[in-house]
Design a protein around this ligand. Structure first.
Ligand code: BES
Ligand code: ZN
Ligand code: ZN
Length: 495
């Protein structure tokens, strides 16, 4: 998609589709909607007055109505798209809905008007992110695939031009990085093996000027990563320890932000094998790792003055004659002994060593993302992802980041009283809780032991990394969740 700023008057824009956002400003007591177009322009009132007074369009979130040959406009069509509230999050969704409206109608170009009443940079950025997110479809394996991608996106606005230009630039970077994350997650397990994920990360790093090392089994042994090794040793596919580095010259020596992602390219459960029903979904168990690779790509382009290390622990979790068994004890890189009670709790094992390695490489602050527990999905459903923090300042940075990204995370507790759940009879710690209650917290309590005293955020994205249903603003399939929040978290340390 080519994206450009359009400075012409709205009615002078030649475009197959001009998109205008609309908001119902009526208070709840009023029965009739009172629809306000979020872009002021004389001829627009006239062209839209009959549809707006008809009552056919209520301007609900992502609701659309199309007008052909609008009176007084050069554009061939005007699409009104509703926003439920005047927020950047709603603008992001509405822009996605406009793109998803255009795609199946064979419209390859559209121009979207920046809504008034919001910060120009933030609104433009959200709009462009939303348009890119809306453009993605996970249909690469369909033989009859018709490429319906948008070729030209125009962004029109009359506000501060340099803020708009910055918003476009950042929106393109974040939108493309999110779709890159999604394209990695979309690949099936036979294609996206740990080694291939490593190659994709290395290729991205070469392209965007990041440092990158992709290590194999020998390095795991050298680093004494017994927890990571326990997971990978059951598979024929070699593991990949992916280390990406962003070291801008202008950045101070501290902080060093460590991004650690779970990269399980397929999770069968291992010897504690999962039921067949739905197991095919476990190809997306590397979504946390993909979010880190996408975030590193965006960071390389946005160039914040802060040092970042991205680590992805990629492996396949398989049952086999060489696989770890329930009851085995693994010695993690940090020296802690882990009793493996359930081989399906493999994500926390690879992350334990990933977090320890990030600390060894000098990370002063940590963030991890993982499709870690079904329990988190039970707790929070498909709307919020789980979020945990051992440090209030790091968490404050994260809330600032989600206010910008618009992604939804809900904080869950990490109190010491939960620690009894993961006490082992024979080792320092167990990889599952004694009971099944609070499974997302037990997993986080386990990871906390490996973050030690380093400020740390843990994101459990199991419920949001893949969507079985299409949304008006986004195709079904991989969502790319957490990539934008992680990037904004990193940027928040520059300020
Ligand atoms: N990859 C799964 C978690 C998961 C579940 C991701 C649903 C996406 C959707 C993880 O490795 C796992 O299997 N966790 C177990 C932990 C249990 C054995 C303590 C789970 O959640 O059941
Ligand atoms: Zn598992
Ligand atoms: Zn898993």
């Amino acid at each position: 998609m080519q994206t450009k700023f359009v400075s012409a008057k709205l009615d002078r824009i030649s475009s197959p589709l001009l998109v205008i956002f609309a908001l119902d400003t009526a208070d709840k007591k009023q029965k009739k909607p009172e629809i306000k177009l979020l872009t002021s322009n004389g001829p627009l009132g006239k062209a839209t007055s009959s549809i707006l007074s008809s009552g056919e369009f209520a301007a609900g979130s992502c609701e659309t109505v199309l007008l052909h040959d609008p009176d007084g406009f050069k554009a061939e069509r005007i699409l009104l798209v509703g926003v439920a509230k005047l927020t950047t999050a709603e603008v992001r969704k509405a822009a996605g809905a406009a793109v998803r409206f255009a795609k199946p109608r064979k419209l390859r170009e559209l121009t979207i008007a920046i809504p008034e009443g919001l910060d120009a940079l933030a609104a433009t950025k959200a709009l462009v992110e939303g348009a890119y997110i809306g453009d993605f479809d996970s249909d690469t394996y369909k033989s009859d695939r018709k490429d319906q991608s948008i070729e030209q996106l125009g962004v029109v606005g009359s506000g501060n031009q340099s803020a708009i230009e910055t918003g476009i630039r950042e929106g393109v970077i974040l939108g493309e990085a999110q779709n890159f994350t999604r394209s990695l997650v979309n690949e099936p397990g036979n294609i996206m093996t740990p080694a291939i994920l490593g190659e994709k990360a290395a290729e991205m790093c070469r392209q965007y000027g990041l440092g990158c090392e992709v290590y194999g089994a020998d390095k795991l042994k050298e680093l004494k990563m017994g927890a990571f090794w326990a997971v990978t040793k059951g598979s024929q596919e070699p593991p990949a320890l992916i280390v990406m580095t962003y070291e801008p010259k202008k950045a101070p020596a501290s902080p060093v932000l460590g991004l650690v992602g779970k990269g399980i390219t397929f999770d069968t459960g291992g010897i504690s094998i999962k039921p067949a029903d739905g197991m095919e979904k476990m190809k997306y168990d590397m979504a946390g790792g993909a979010a880190m690779i996408g975030a590193m790509r965006a960071i390389a382009q946005l160039k914040p003055a802060v040092r970042v290390i991205g680590i992805v622990c990629a492996a396949e979790n398989m049952p086999s004659g060489t696989a770890m068994k329930p009851g085995d004890v693994a010695i993690a890189m940090s020296g802690k002994s882990i009793e493996i009670v359930n081989t399906d709790a493999e994500g926390r094992l690879v992350l334990a060593d990933g977090l320890a390695y990030a600390r060894q490489l000098g990370a002063t602050h940590l963030i991890d993302a993982a499709t870690l527990t079904g329990a988190c999905v039970v707790a929070l459903g498909l709307v919020n992802a789980g979020c945990f923090a051992n440090d209030e300042d790091a968490y404050r940075h994260f809330t600032e980041a989600t206010e910008v990204s618009g992604e939804r995370f809900w904080r869950l507790p990490l109190e010491d009283d939960y620690k009894d759940q993961i006490k082992s009879g024979i080792a320092d710690i167990m990889n599952t809780g004694i009971s099944r209650w609070g499974g997302a917290i037990n997993a986080a309590m386990f990871l906390k032991e490996f973050a030690e005293d380093t400020p740390w955020i843990h994101l459990d994205i199991a419920g949001l990394a893949w969507s079985d249903d299409a949304k008006p603003w986004m195709a079904k399939g991989p969502s790319g969740i957490a990539m934008r929040s992680i990037t904004e978290w990193v940027r928040s340390y520059e300020k």
